[in-house]
Design a protein around this ligand. Structure first.
Ligand SMILES: NC(=O)c1ccc[n+]([C@@H]2O[C@H](COP(=O)([O-])OP(=O)(O)OC[C@H]3O[C@@H](n4cnc5c(N)ncnc54)[C@H](O)[C@@H]3O)[C@@H](O)[C@H]2O)c1
Ligand SMILES: [Zn+2]
Length: 381
């Protein structure tokens, strides 16, 4: 009879490596008949591939001709175009438990298989939710993301994560699933509200602060132009923001976040909670701007960051137009927010702080008395 000791010799150490590669392309007028960027991604060598577009309602409302433009473009290139699905925009779609089911139903109805394509167009929230549906239906359908917000193009739409909320807990259900491709079309940003144009700038400021002081200086020097959403600085901010997010995923050694360190979540432990406390009235990017301010002030109070550098960070955030002293701060329960963030990370609490502009580092303990002071200081700005 076999026992534990004799069975041990049959232990198999399973090991393999996967290589991931996907393009993040920048363009204008992606659905212009002469623009081949999208069609060149779709494999139509054999039979006509199926493509189903899922479009953010907010995007559609401001571009009513868009669904027809997409259909015309795909038909011109002999693609089997399925009826588009229009989904609510913003955090509502990540809170809607029926939404994922409706995508699974469409996948079933149209016999969409793992070689078909889902084309998602929308803000970070829609890209997150549809990305989750695409990653789980048939264990993964090819997903081409066309993010249509600033935050979508420089952060949410280019990486490997997707998620929906659960019982209003942010990003509670999701997967790590690299997309098939990403197309950032700058023209699609023109219909965004000023609020949504501004919101995404905070994620670029975040990566600059933890990774690249030269990028921070560029953002700082162009802050008044960014406040007016001028083309050249906005494009520079989006391209470099996306580049740094992608660079981190490719080179950190932990693309699927198995460890506890999460530098790209700089400023996010409070931001996630502030978004929830505001019932999603605060945009993700707006909450991140406040979160960056809190953790920068804390970095200074803890003796890591110089006061001059802190002043530049706060000036950049304020001059771009972020409201940092938001009334919702009075509701922030620091212990609870940190505990939930720890649970979200798994393992140890791991908070990124700044030693300099351009250099983040991780700590496992937060001095809550000092954190209260940091928040009080922010409120007095
Ligand atoms: N997966 C990730 O790695 C990741 C990273 C960062 C943020 N996120 C998520 O992204 C979400 C925030 O995304 P967001 O800032 O893009 O906002 P959003 O998706 O909430 O969109 C904001 C609003 O803009 C509308 N909209 C979108 N595109 C438009 C356009 N071109 N013209 C007019 N209106 C348009 C939407 O309908 C919505 O009302 C959050 O849920 C956040 O958790 C995910
Ligand atoms: Zn974020």
């Amino acid at each position: 009879m076999s026992d534990v000791n004799t069975l041990e010799q049959y232990t198999i150490k399973q090991k393999f490596t996967l290589h991931y590669e996907y393009p993040v392309l920048f363009t204008r007028e992606v659905f212009d008949q002469n623009n081949n960027i999208l069609i060149d991604l779709i494999d139509n060598r054999n039979e006509s591939p199926k493509v189903m577009a899922v479009i953010d309602q907010g995007l559609c409302d401001s571009n009513p001709l868009l669904p027809q433009q997409i259909a015309d473009y795909l038909e011109l290139h002999e693609i089997n175009v399925l009826p588009e699905i229009i989904v609510p925009g913003g955090e509502a779609c990540k809170n809607d438990e029926q939404l994922i089911d409706s995508i699974y139903q469409a996948v079933e109805t149209h016999a969409i298989d793992r070689h078909s394509y889902i084309l998602v167009l929308g803000g970070g929230a829609v890209v997150d939710a549809i990305g989750f549906a695409a990653a789980t239906a048939h264990r993964g359908i090819r997903l081409i993301r066309i993010p249509t917000t600033v935050l979508g193009q420089n952060d949410a739409g280019v990486g490997v994560k997707n998620a929906v909320n659960y019982h209003h807990r942010k990003n509670y259900i999701g997967t790590f699933a690299p997309p098939f491709a990403v197309i950032n079309d700058f023209d699609l940003l023109t219909t965004l509200s000023d609020r949504d144009k501004r919101s995404g700038i905070s994620e670029a400021i975040k990566v600059a602060l933890i990774k690249d002081n030269v990028f921070f200086t560029e953002l700082y020097q162009s802050r008044h132009e960014l406040a007016k959403f001028e083309d050249a600085p906005m494009q520079n901010m989006i391209i470099k923001g996306a580049k740094w997010h992608l660079n981190h995923i490719a080179t950190s050694g932990d693309p699927f976040e198995l460890g506890s360190a999460r530098p790209l979540d700089f400023g996010h432990w409070s931001a996630h909670k502030l978004e929830e406390l505001s019932n999603n009235e605060l945009r993700h990017g707006e909450a991140v701007a406040i979160g960056i301010a809190i953790d920068s002030i804390y970095s200074m109070l803890a003796g890591h960051l110089s006061t001059d550098e802190l002043q530049n960070i706060l000036a950049l955030l304020k001059d771009v137009g972020f409201e940092l002293n938001h009334s919702i701060l009075s509701k922030l329960d620091i212990s609870k927010a940190l505990a939930e963030f720890k649970e979200h990370l798994g393992g140890d609490l791991c908070i990124t702080l700044l030693s300099n502009i351009g250099t983040g580092f991780e700590v496992n303990v937060i001095d809550e008395v000092l954190m209260v002071q940091a928040i009080e200081q922010l409120k007095s700005l």
